[in-house]
Write a protein that binds this ligand. Structure first.
Ligand SMILES: Nc1ncnc2c1ncn2[C@@H]1O[C@H](COP(=O)(O)OP(=O)(O)OP(=O)(O)O)[C@@H](O)[C@H]1O
Length: 242
């Protein structure tokens, strides 16, 4: 089943077309890796999917309903994490997570506390629960940002380079976090230059270059079956050899 679908979407900056996607579908319950060179258009796509940016042409459908960009209701079903810690620096970790939960209409304090405990434990940052976020390291702020994105139990996670600044142990925790999330029916659209993460957890990859999709929903296990790494595949596609 398709959870998100883009159709004939275009975005222009200063009259120049930086994104032109004829169609893109994200299937429920999968982890879709979104790959491409610097400046290819990944963040622009993600900002359109999350409702941060409005497309200049075309439509985006969430659960088959067109998104109304003047009032993007689908935001409440989406967890977004950019490549920088999207956190309120002046709040403590728990204050921040309570605040984000309230913003999304989650009001059961016990339920919020239960989630905070579980997620902080998962990322081994529970000792910082009362620390002001401004006093955390960059990587720990990023973990709080990741946790913030799931407090309202979204059905779709859209992540733009979420592991920037995470150490190898935290990256392992991040991978198991996403696997658990999808095992409970969640869907993930993950832009990342860390191809080892994509190789390990993604079901499929979609490749963008110069604002257009070159490959869509290519099965990672099929690539592995052909003894092709995601890295080799990405480079050969971008260089026009695939
Ligand atoms: N606010 C803006 N004004 C003008 N051009 C922009 C703006 N934001 C992005 N662009 C341009 O749009 C194109 C796509 O940028 P985008 O940030 O989507 O790339 P990306 O694939 O996410 O790159 P990276 O891997 O470096 O993060 C680039 O050419 C970029 O210079």
């Amino acid at each position: 089943m398709t959870i998100l679908h883009m159709e004939d979407v275009k975005k222009y900056y200063d009259g120049e077309c930086v994104l032109s996607i004829d169609s893109l579908t994200i299937d429920k319950g999968t982890i879709c890796g979104y790959l491409g060179k610097n400046g290819a258009g990944k963040s622009t796509t993600i900002k359109i999917l999350t409702g941060i940016l409005t497309p200049d042409e075309g439509n985006v459908y969430f659960r088959h309903e067109p998104i109304n960009y003047k009032n993007p209701q689908h935001k409440q079903y989406i967890g977004y994490c950019p490549d920088y810690p999207a956190v309120f620096e002046k709040l403590s970790v728990t204050e921040h997570l309570h605040f984000i939960s309230f913003l999304y209409g989650v009001t059961d304090i016990h339920e919020i506390e239960r989630k905070i405990d579980a997620h902080l434990k998962h990322f081994e940052v529970e000792k910082y629960r009362h620390t002001l976020i401004k006093n955390l390291s960059r990587g720990n702020k990023q973990k709080v940002s990741i946790v913030s994105s799931v407090m309202h139990e979204p059905s779709l996670l859209i992540y733009d380079e979420p592991t920037l600044g995470l150490d190898p142990l935290s990256i392992r925790q991040f991978k198991s976090f996403l696997k658990e999330y999808t095992s409970n029916g969640g869907t993930v659209f993950l832009s990342s230059h860390s191809l080892n993460i994509i190789e390990e957890i993604a079901d499929s990859v979609t490749i963008i270059n110069n604002g257009s999709l070159l490959k869509k929903n290519i099965s990672v296990s099929q690539l592995q079956g052909n003894l092709t790494s995601v890295e080799d595949y990405l480079i050969s596609v971008v260089e026009g050899r695939e």
